[in-house]
Design a protein around this ligand. Structure first.
Ligand code: F6P
Length: 349
Protein backbone atom coordinates (compact mmCIF):
# COMPACT_ATOMS: atom_id res chain seq x y z
CA UNK A 1 0.00 0.00 0.00
CA UNK A 2 1.36 3.38 -0.96
CA UNK A 3 -0.98 6.31 -0.68
CA UNK A 4 -3.63 6.48 2.06
CA UNK A 5 -6.47 8.84 2.94
CA UNK A 6 -7.97 10.05 6.20
CA UNK A 7 -11.34 11.58 6.95
CA UNK A 8 -13.26 12.72 10.04
CA UNK A 9 -16.99 12.04 10.06
CA UNK A 10 -20.07 12.55 12.26
CA UNK A 11 -20.06 14.98 15.18
CA UNK A 12 -16.58 16.41 15.76
CA UNK A 13 -14.75 15.06 18.74
CA UNK A 14 -11.82 16.40 20.78
CA UNK A 15 -8.67 14.57 19.75
CA UNK A 16 -9.54 14.20 16.05
CA UNK A 17 -6.77 16.63 15.10
CA UNK A 18 -4.30 14.89 17.39
CA UNK A 19 -5.10 11.60 15.65
CA UNK A 20 -4.70 13.15 12.19
CA UNK A 21 -1.34 14.49 13.25
CA UNK A 22 -0.25 11.06 14.51
CA UNK A 23 -1.44 9.55 11.21
CA UNK A 24 0.53 12.16 9.25
CA UNK A 25 3.70 11.56 11.27
CA UNK A 26 3.41 7.80 10.92
CA UNK A 27 2.63 7.98 7.19
CA UNK A 28 5.63 10.21 6.71
CA UNK A 29 7.84 7.76 8.63
CA UNK A 30 6.66 4.82 6.53
CA UNK A 31 6.96 6.80 3.28
CA UNK A 32 3.23 6.77 2.53
CA UNK A 33 1.71 9.94 1.02
CA UNK A 34 -1.39 11.02 2.95
CA UNK A 35 -4.50 12.65 1.51
CA UNK A 36 -6.86 14.48 3.87
CA UNK A 37 -10.46 14.10 2.71
CA UNK A 38 -12.65 17.00 3.75
CA UNK A 39 -16.17 17.17 5.18
CA UNK A 40 -16.38 13.46 6.01
CA UNK A 41 -17.55 11.12 3.26
CA UNK A 42 -18.77 14.16 1.28
CA UNK A 43 -15.16 14.71 0.21
CA UNK A 44 -15.33 11.49 -1.81
CA UNK A 45 -18.51 12.42 -3.65
CA UNK A 46 -17.11 15.07 -6.04
CA UNK A 47 -19.52 17.72 -4.83
CA UNK A 48 -17.10 20.62 -5.22
CA UNK A 49 -16.00 22.23 -8.45
CA UNK A 50 -12.48 22.59 -7.08
CA UNK A 51 -10.87 19.31 -5.96
CA UNK A 52 -8.94 21.18 -3.24
CA UNK A 53 -12.26 21.80 -1.48
CA UNK A 54 -12.68 18.03 -1.26
CA UNK A 55 -9.18 16.81 -0.50
CA UNK A 56 -5.61 17.95 0.04
CA UNK A 57 -2.31 16.24 0.51
CA UNK A 58 -1.37 16.47 4.18
CA UNK A 59 2.27 17.36 4.70
CA UNK A 60 3.86 17.23 8.08
CA UNK A 61 4.33 20.98 8.28
CA UNK A 62 0.61 21.49 7.49
CA UNK A 63 -0.52 19.37 10.41
CA UNK A 64 2.22 19.73 13.00
CA UNK A 65 0.45 22.67 14.62
CA UNK A 66 -3.04 21.23 14.83
CA UNK A 67 -2.67 18.47 17.41
CA UNK A 68 -3.88 20.45 20.42
CA UNK A 69 -6.57 22.32 18.57
CA UNK A 70 -10.22 21.67 19.19
CA UNK A 71 -12.53 20.86 16.29
CA UNK A 72 -11.37 19.04 13.18
CA UNK A 73 -9.01 20.62 10.66
CA UNK A 74 -10.43 18.35 7.94
CA UNK A 75 -13.99 19.44 8.79
CA UNK A 76 -16.71 16.88 9.31
CA UNK A 77 -20.26 16.10 8.28
CA UNK A 78 -22.98 13.53 8.58
CA UNK A 79 -23.27 12.37 4.98
CA UNK A 80 -26.71 10.88 4.38
CA UNK A 81 -25.98 10.18 0.69
CA UNK A 82 -23.47 7.58 1.81
CA UNK A 83 -26.35 5.30 2.76
CA UNK A 84 -27.08 5.06 -0.95
CA UNK A 85 -25.03 2.34 -2.77
CA UNK A 86 -24.60 4.55 -5.87
CA UNK A 87 -22.78 7.18 -3.88
CA UNK A 88 -20.58 4.58 -2.22
CA UNK A 89 -19.58 3.30 -5.65
CA UNK A 90 -18.76 6.87 -6.67
CA UNK A 91 -16.58 7.12 -3.55
CA UNK A 92 -14.72 3.96 -4.56
CA UNK A 93 -14.13 5.42 -8.03
CA UNK A 94 -12.87 8.68 -6.50
CA UNK A 95 -10.42 6.78 -4.30
CA UNK A 96 -9.20 4.77 -7.30
CA UNK A 97 -8.82 7.91 -9.43
CA UNK A 98 -6.75 9.50 -6.66
CA UNK A 99 -4.73 6.27 -6.30
CA UNK A 100 -5.66 6.11 -2.62
CA UNK A 101 -5.13 2.50 -1.54
CA UNK A 102 -6.59 2.61 1.97
CA UNK A 103 -8.58 4.84 4.26
CA UNK A 104 -8.56 5.79 7.94
CA UNK A 105 -12.03 6.81 9.15
CA UNK A 106 -12.44 8.73 12.40
CA UNK A 107 -16.00 8.75 13.69
CA UNK A 108 -18.70 6.86 15.53
CA UNK A 109 -21.14 4.11 14.77
CA UNK A 110 -22.63 5.63 11.57
CA UNK A 111 -19.19 6.48 10.19
CA UNK A 112 -18.00 2.93 10.86
CA UNK A 113 -21.00 1.55 8.99
CA UNK A 114 -19.87 3.64 6.01
CA UNK A 115 -16.35 2.21 6.38
CA UNK A 116 -17.76 -1.31 6.59
CA UNK A 117 -19.60 -0.78 3.27
CA UNK A 118 -16.40 0.53 1.67
CA UNK A 119 -14.54 -2.55 2.94
CA UNK A 120 -17.16 -4.71 1.24
CA UNK A 121 -16.43 -2.84 -1.99
CA UNK A 122 -12.75 -3.69 -1.65
CA UNK A 123 -11.38 -0.52 -0.05
CA UNK A 124 -9.19 -1.39 2.95
CA UNK A 125 -10.38 0.75 5.87
CA UNK A 126 -9.30 1.23 9.46
CA UNK A 127 -11.65 2.96 11.92
CA UNK A 128 -10.66 5.07 14.91
CA UNK A 129 -13.57 5.47 17.35
CA UNK A 130 -14.01 9.22 17.66
CA UNK A 131 -17.18 10.39 19.37
CA UNK A 132 -17.81 12.06 22.69
CA UNK A 133 -20.69 9.66 23.35
CA UNK A 134 -18.68 6.55 24.30
CA UNK A 135 -21.42 4.48 22.76
CA UNK A 136 -19.39 1.76 21.01
CA UNK A 137 -19.58 -1.52 22.88
CA UNK A 138 -16.30 -3.01 21.66
CA UNK A 139 -14.02 -0.36 23.14
CA UNK A 140 -13.45 0.89 26.67
CA UNK A 141 -13.11 4.46 25.43
CA UNK A 142 -13.87 6.55 22.40
CA UNK A 143 -11.78 9.52 21.43
CA UNK A 144 -13.26 12.71 22.90
CA UNK A 145 -15.26 11.11 25.70
CA UNK A 146 -12.71 11.97 28.38
CA UNK A 147 -12.54 15.59 27.23
CA UNK A 148 -16.33 15.89 27.13
CA UNK A 149 -16.58 14.50 30.64
CA UNK A 150 -13.93 16.92 31.89
CA UNK A 151 -15.84 19.86 30.39
CA UNK A 152 -18.99 18.63 32.17
CA UNK A 153 -17.12 18.10 35.43
CA UNK A 154 -15.74 21.67 35.36
CA UNK A 155 -19.22 23.01 34.61
CA UNK A 156 -20.96 20.94 37.29
CA UNK A 157 -18.37 21.91 39.91
CA UNK A 158 -19.06 25.57 39.18
CA UNK A 159 -22.80 24.99 39.19
CA UNK A 160 -22.56 23.17 42.53
CA UNK A 161 -20.66 26.10 44.01
CA UNK A 162 -23.39 28.58 43.13
CA UNK A 163 -26.09 26.04 44.10
CA UNK A 164 -24.49 25.82 47.53
CA UNK A 165 -24.40 29.60 47.87
CA UNK A 166 -28.11 29.86 47.08
CA UNK A 167 -29.28 26.64 48.72
CA UNK A 168 -31.06 25.57 45.56
CA UNK A 169 -30.82 22.37 43.54
CA UNK A 170 -29.60 22.29 39.98
CA UNK A 171 -30.56 20.30 36.92
CA UNK A 172 -27.72 19.85 34.42
CA UNK A 173 -28.19 18.28 31.00
CA UNK A 174 -25.21 16.77 29.22
CA UNK A 175 -24.79 15.27 25.74
CA UNK A 176 -24.38 11.62 24.78
CA UNK A 177 -27.23 10.92 22.39
CA UNK A 178 -28.66 7.49 23.44
CA UNK A 179 -25.80 6.77 25.83
CA UNK A 180 -25.71 7.77 29.50
CA UNK A 181 -21.95 7.42 29.99
CA UNK A 182 -21.14 11.15 29.95
CA UNK A 183 -23.92 11.77 32.49
CA UNK A 184 -22.91 8.89 34.75
CA UNK A 185 -19.17 9.65 34.72
CA UNK A 186 -19.89 13.33 35.32
CA UNK A 187 -22.16 12.51 38.25
CA UNK A 188 -19.62 10.17 39.80
CA UNK A 189 -16.77 12.64 39.34
CA UNK A 190 -18.63 15.56 40.88
CA UNK A 191 -20.50 13.78 43.67
CA UNK A 192 -23.81 14.71 42.04
CA UNK A 193 -26.65 13.07 43.92
CA UNK A 194 -28.98 12.02 41.10
CA UNK A 195 -28.31 10.85 37.56
CA UNK A 196 -30.92 10.03 34.90
CA UNK A 197 -29.96 8.12 31.75
CA UNK A 198 -31.61 6.60 28.67
CA UNK A 199 -30.54 3.08 29.65
CA UNK A 200 -32.71 2.96 32.78
CA UNK A 201 -36.49 3.60 32.69
CA UNK A 202 -37.57 6.33 35.12
CA UNK A 203 -40.48 8.42 36.28
CA UNK A 204 -40.64 12.12 37.08
CA UNK A 205 -42.28 11.30 40.41
CA UNK A 206 -39.46 8.86 41.26
CA UNK A 207 -36.79 11.51 40.72
CA UNK A 208 -38.84 13.99 42.77
CA UNK A 209 -38.86 11.39 45.60
CA UNK A 210 -35.08 11.12 45.38
CA UNK A 211 -34.73 14.89 45.51
CA UNK A 212 -37.10 15.16 48.47
CA UNK A 213 -34.92 12.62 50.32
CA UNK A 214 -31.86 14.79 49.69
CA UNK A 215 -33.71 17.87 50.95
CA UNK A 216 -34.85 15.96 54.04
CA UNK A 217 -31.19 15.14 54.75
CA UNK A 218 -30.44 18.86 54.69
CA UNK A 219 -28.84 18.78 51.24
CA UNK A 220 -30.19 21.96 49.69
CA UNK A 221 -27.91 21.98 46.66
CA UNK A 222 -28.39 18.52 45.16
CA UNK A 223 -27.49 18.18 41.50
CA UNK A 224 -29.54 16.15 39.03
CA UNK A 225 -27.49 15.19 35.98
CA UNK A 226 -29.68 14.38 32.97
CA UNK A 227 -28.34 12.63 29.89
CA UNK A 228 -29.82 14.29 26.80
CA UNK A 229 -31.37 10.99 25.68
CA UNK A 230 -32.98 10.27 29.05
CA UNK A 231 -36.39 11.60 28.01
CA UNK A 232 -36.78 8.54 25.76
CA UNK A 233 -36.82 6.34 28.88
CA UNK A 234 -39.22 8.57 30.86
CA UNK A 235 -42.59 7.12 31.80
CA UNK A 236 -45.48 9.14 30.30
CA UNK A 237 -45.94 12.41 32.19
CA UNK A 238 -48.54 15.11 31.55
CA UNK A 239 -46.17 18.08 31.48
CA UNK A 240 -48.74 20.53 30.14
CA UNK A 241 -51.39 19.42 32.65
CA UNK A 242 -49.00 19.49 35.58
CA UNK A 243 -47.40 22.86 34.91
CA UNK A 244 -50.55 24.72 33.93
CA UNK A 245 -52.32 23.53 37.08
CA UNK A 246 -49.32 24.60 39.15
CA UNK A 247 -49.13 28.18 37.94
CA UNK A 248 -46.57 27.80 35.15
CA UNK A 249 -47.59 28.60 31.58
CA UNK A 250 -46.67 25.85 29.12
CA UNK A 251 -47.50 25.03 25.51
CA UNK A 252 -49.70 22.03 24.93
CA UNK A 253 -47.54 19.16 23.59
CA UNK A 254 -44.30 20.81 24.74
CA UNK A 255 -41.63 18.15 25.27
CA UNK A 256 -39.79 17.66 28.56
CA UNK A 257 -36.50 19.56 28.75
CA UNK A 258 -33.99 20.41 31.46
CA UNK A 259 -35.68 23.77 32.07
CA UNK A 260 -39.15 22.24 32.27
CA UNK A 261 -37.86 19.42 34.45
CA UNK A 262 -36.42 21.95 36.93
CA UNK A 263 -39.81 23.71 37.02
CA UNK A 264 -41.56 20.44 37.78
CA UNK A 265 -39.04 19.49 40.49
CA UNK A 266 -39.39 22.89 42.13
CA UNK A 267 -43.14 22.43 42.38
CA UNK A 268 -43.18 18.74 43.31
CA UNK A 269 -40.58 19.23 46.05
CA UNK A 270 -41.89 22.57 47.32
CA UNK A 271 -38.65 24.46 46.71
CA UNK A 272 -38.24 28.19 46.27
CA UNK A 273 -36.16 27.74 43.14
CA UNK A 274 -34.46 25.12 40.99
CA UNK A 275 -32.24 26.10 38.08
CA UNK A 276 -31.34 24.30 34.86
CA UNK A 277 -28.21 24.39 32.70
CA UNK A 278 -27.66 22.60 29.39
CA UNK A 279 -23.94 22.25 28.79
CA UNK A 280 -24.25 21.70 25.04
CA UNK A 281 -21.54 22.04 22.41
CA UNK A 282 -18.79 23.19 24.76
CA UNK A 283 -18.40 19.43 25.36
CA UNK A 284 -17.39 18.89 21.74
CA UNK A 285 -15.31 22.01 21.18
CA UNK A 286 -12.76 21.68 23.95
CA UNK A 287 -9.01 21.04 23.72
CA UNK A 288 -8.37 17.30 24.15
CA UNK A 289 -7.31 16.05 27.56
CA UNK A 290 -4.01 14.21 27.97
CA UNK A 291 -5.89 10.89 28.00
CA UNK A 292 -7.64 11.62 24.70
CA UNK A 293 -4.46 12.99 23.10
CA UNK A 294 -2.50 9.92 24.16
CA UNK A 295 -5.17 7.60 22.74
CA UNK A 296 -5.15 9.64 19.50
CA UNK A 297 -1.38 9.31 19.25
CA UNK A 298 -1.36 5.53 19.60
CA UNK A 299 -4.50 4.93 17.56
CA UNK A 300 -3.26 7.11 14.69
CA UNK A 301 0.03 5.27 14.52
CA UNK A 302 -1.60 1.84 14.74
CA UNK A 303 -4.05 2.70 11.94
CA UNK A 304 -1.24 3.55 9.53
CA UNK A 305 0.83 0.53 10.57
CA UNK A 306 -2.12 -1.80 9.93
CA UNK A 307 -2.68 -0.37 6.45
CA UNK A 308 1.04 -0.55 5.72
CA UNK A 309 1.10 -4.21 6.74
CA UNK A 310 -2.00 -5.05 4.70
CA UNK A 311 -4.21 -5.69 7.75
CA UNK A 312 -7.47 -4.04 6.73
CA UNK A 313 -11.12 -3.77 7.71
CA UNK A 314 -10.36 -3.29 11.39
CA UNK A 315 -11.28 -0.78 14.05
CA UNK A 316 -9.03 0.42 16.79
CA UNK A 317 -10.14 0.41 20.39
CA UNK A 318 -9.06 0.20 24.00
CA UNK A 319 -9.14 -3.11 25.84
CA UNK A 320 -7.82 -3.62 29.39
CA UNK A 321 -6.26 -0.19 29.11
CA UNK A 322 -4.29 -1.09 25.95
CA UNK A 323 -4.80 0.19 22.43
CA UNK A 324 -5.76 -2.72 20.22
CA UNK A 325 -7.86 -3.59 17.13
CA UNK A 326 -10.54 -6.00 15.95
CA UNK A 327 -12.49 -6.71 12.73
CA UNK A 328 -15.02 -4.00 11.97
CA UNK A 329 -17.92 -6.50 11.67
CA UNK A 330 -17.20 -7.94 15.09
CA UNK A 331 -16.88 -4.48 16.64
CA UNK A 332 -20.17 -3.26 15.22
CA UNK A 333 -22.02 -6.29 16.56
CA UNK A 334 -20.57 -6.03 20.08
CA UNK A 335 -23.25 -5.13 22.59
CA UNK A 336 -22.69 -2.11 24.79
CA UNK A 337 -22.91 -2.57 28.57
CA UNK A 338 -24.05 0.27 30.76
CA UNK A 339 -22.50 0.34 34.24
CA UNK A 340 -25.72 -0.26 36.13
CA UNK A 341 -24.12 -0.95 39.55
CA UNK A 342 -22.35 2.43 39.43
CA UNK A 343 -25.59 4.11 38.36
CA UNK A 344 -27.41 2.51 41.30
CA UNK A 345 -24.65 3.57 43.68
CA UNK A 346 -24.86 7.25 42.64
CA UNK A 347 -28.62 7.27 43.05
CA UNK A 348 -28.60 5.45 46.36
CA UNK A 349 -26.17 7.53 48.45
O1 F6P B 1 -22.57 12.26 18.64
C1 F6P B 1 -22.07 13.39 19.25
C2 F6P B 1 -23.18 14.35 19.60
O2 F6P B 1 -22.62 15.51 20.19
C3 F6P B 1 -24.27 13.78 20.50
O3 F6P B 1 -23.89 13.75 21.84
C4 F6P B 1 -25.41 14.70 20.20
O4 F6P B 1 -26.65 14.06 20.43
C5 F6P B 1 -25.23 14.99 18.74
O5 F6P B 1 -23.87 14.75 18.44
C6 F6P B 1 -25.57 16.39 18.33
O6 F6P B 1 -25.41 16.47 16.96
P1 F6P B 1 -25.48 17.77 16.09
O7 F6P B 1 -24.09 18.29 15.95
O8 F6P B 1 -26.00 17.33 14.78
O9 F6P B 1 -26.37 18.74 16.80
Amino acid sequence: MRKIGVLTSGGDSPGMNAAVMAIARSASLYGMPLIGIKHGYNGLLRKSTNIHDDMQELYLDTVLDIADEPGTYLRTARCLEFMNPEYRELAVKTLAAMEIDGLVVLGGDGSFQGAQRLCELGVPCIGIPATIDNDLGYTEMTLGFDTAVNVCVDAVRSIRATSRSHDRPAVVEVMGRHCGDIALTTAVSTGSEIVVVPEVPWTVEGVADQLRKQLAKGNTRATIVLAEGCYDAMAPFDLYGYLTTHGKPCYEGEPMSAVRFASVMKRMCGMVEARATTIGYTQRGAEPTARDSAFAFEAGNLAVKLLRDGVANQVIGMKNGRVTYMPIDEALSTERHFNRPLFDLVNSL
